[in-house]
Structures are given as C-alpha cells and as structure tokens.
Design a protein around this ligand. Structure first.
Ligand code: G3H
Ligand code: 13P
Ligand code: ZN
Length: 333
C-alpha cells in the first residue's frame, strides 16, 4: 500500500471546492507518454494551475501502470524543479470499469479514481460506485462517478447514442453512493468526431461544421438539484481546426472532425463544472507536429527531432486551455 500523500500528490476535494467558488475548472489531461507529461507539467507549473493527470485503462495497458505511477511521482519533483513551490497535482484513474481496477489504483498511490459504471442499470451503477467509494474513502482518495451515457467510445465501451443525465436521479445517486463528483452527459462525447455532419450546420462563409450547443438546460437542472456539487465534463476537446488542417495538409485524413466550441466550455467552467477532460486535442497536436516534421524533413530519424516539436505544441495547447478556456491559472501559487 502506497499513500499518494507520500508521493506529494493531492486528491480533488479542495481543488473542486475552490474551483466551484471561483468559477473556473481544473484541467484533467490524459497522459500516455513522457512528452505529454512533460508538456502538462511545464504548462501547469508556468501558469501555476492545479492539474489532474489522468491515466486510462488503455494508458495502463500501453505504458505500464508502475511506470506511469512513478512518472507521476517524478512529475511532482519536476514541477518543484521548475519553480512551482506547492504543486497541486492529482493522479486520477480515468474510466475505471471495475472495483478491482479502482482498488489497485488506490493501493498504488493514485489520489483519485473514476468508477464508470454508467453503462450498467441504475441500481447496479449505484452498488458498484458505492463499493468503490467505501474502499477509496478509507484512504482519503476521492471518487468520480458517472450518470448518463456519452455517445462514442468510452474506453472499450461504445455507445451509438447519448443519454443525457436525468436531473431527477442525481440527488438519489449522489446520496446513496457518497461519490465526490459526478460526470454527466449533456452532449459531449469522446474523440475527434463528436457530432455527425447531419447534427451540425455549415458556416456559409467558411464551409466549416458548426456543432449544436450543449444541453445547458440539463446542466442547470442538475445544479439546481445538487447545489455546489462538483460536476465533471468528459469529452471536452475542441478539436482545433488548425491542428486538423495541419494533419490533413501533411498527409493525414481527418474529414469533418468536430469538437466542443471553446465558448461553451468557458460557460461550463464558470458553473459547477469543475473538472474538464481533454485528451483528443493533445493527440491532435502531437500528430500534427510529427506529421509536419516527417513531411518537411523526410530524412529525419531521431525521435527527439519530432517528439520535441510535438511536446512544444502540446505545451502551447495546455497553456491555452488553462489560461483562455478553463481559467485555472494562478490558482495554485
Ligand atoms: O475517455 C477516453 C480517454 O480519451 C482515454 O482514451 O482509452 O484511448 O486511452 P483511451
Ligand atoms: P476528449 O476525447 O474530448 O478529449 O475527451 C477525453 C475524456 O473525456 C477522457 O476521459
Ligand atoms: Zn472520458
């Protein structure tokens, strides 16, 4: 048993309370490799933003959970080295799908876990979430749960359609499970294709797809039911057009990729939404930068020469999110 406190990590309790009060959101960035982690930590340290490092089941399989945990521990020391005196870094399991997986993360130094039982029937979601909460809270590890279904791919679970969270269920769910935060479904989804072209309109000037707005009425109704309760938005990448264009220009093929417009995320961040999950945008930045090097310098074969520019572009992206979208800069001096 390793306590996250010994690793210099923090859970989400205080982060979320301050974010709700202050009308901003904490960035939750997924990482699978060293370059992403370096970029996240540099961006957070420079902007003094609290940050959640997310590890998915897929990331654990790709990079090895032991290595990822030690990387997160190293990240705390790296942040201090960068001059961030009191780093507020949370290590979080993203989309945990079983009690065993959540337990192993709690036992291994994670400061927060998500149990995503949203694809199960309501009562089963409650039972599994409560089991994880009861275990995690013994070690002061915070737990995110999910109610409602996002369209698209949730780790290995795919859903064709989204089912918005039902506001009439949230009080019962939060009370009976004891979860610390709730991921909801209001129209976001995972990946770079969040809406089909049929769901969008086209901007007559640019010809670009304009996605439909998120269901803020559902969010409002949830907040009315659970005043001050921490709400989480998954699937919140904006799919920046500049990265999509770069990828397509340098040999990639991402037709009609579309994300959540930034102004909608700003509006969400100002509400009880206090954790905003971003993964795809980082993947797009990485891929765009690597493709550019490959196209412009076909003789290059030193990974540092293409992973380096990818890291720089991701750092720029993370800083932009922190400062211009979530407003979490300067909140962890
Ligand atoms: O929610 C999904 C995250 O973007 C993680 O994706 O399962 O491919 O690592 P992954
Ligand atoms: P995106 O695919 O929109 O980046 O969402 C990531 C996410 O929700 C991770 O849990
Ligand atoms: Zn997610």
């Amino acid at each position: 048993m390793v306590s996250y406190k010994e690793l210099g990590l923090v859970n989400t309790r205080e982060m979320f309370a301050k974010a709700i009060k202050g009308g901003y959101a904490i960035p939750a960035f997924n990482f699978n490799n060293m370059e992403q982690l370096q970029a996240i930590i540099k961006a957070s340290a420079e902007t003094k933003s609290p940050v959640i490092l997310q590890v998915s089941k897929g990331a654990r399989n790709y990079a090895n959970q032991t290595l990822l945990r030690y990387m997160a521990q190293g990240a705390v020391e790296y942040a201090k080295e960068l001059g961030w005196e009191h780093p507020q870094i949370c290590l979080h399991l993203d989309h945990g799908d079983s009690f065993e997986l959540c337990k192993s993360c709690v036992d291994f130094g994670f400061s927060s876990v998500m149990i995503d039982a949203s694809s199960l029937p309501y009562e089963e979601n409650i039972a599994l979430t409560k089991k994880v909460v009861d275990y995690a809270h013994q070690y002061d590890v915070t737990v995110e749960a999910e109610l409602g279904v996002l369209a698209g791919v949730e780790d290995e679970v795919a859903s064709e359609v989204s089912h918005y969270t039902k506001p009439e269920e949230v009080v019962d769910f939060a009370t009976r499970t004891g979860c610390d935060s709730l991921a909801i479904s209001i129209g976001t989804s995972h990946g770079a294709y969040k809406f089909t072209p049929e769901q969008c309109t086209r901007d007559p000037k640019t010809g670009k797809l304009v996605p439909p707005p998120l269901a803020f009425d559902v969010l409002d109704a949830i907040m009315e039911q659970l005043p001050g309760f921490p709400i989480v938005l998954h699937g919140s990448s904006s799919v920046p057009q500049e990265y999509v264009d770069m990828i397509n220009q340098y040999g990639g093929k991402l037709p009609d990729a579309v994300g959540i417009p930034e102004e909608q995320l700003r509006k969400a961040a100002a509400s009880a939404v206090c954790k905003i999950n971003i993964d795809s945008d980082s993947r797009l930045a990485f891929t765009a930068a690597v493709r550019k090097v490959f196209a412009e310098k076909p003789g290059e074969f030193d990974p540092r020469k293409y992973c380096g520019p990818a890291r720089d572009l991701m750092e720029e992206l993370y800083k932009h999110k922190i400062i211009n979208v979530l407003g979490s800069d300067g909140k962890a001096e």
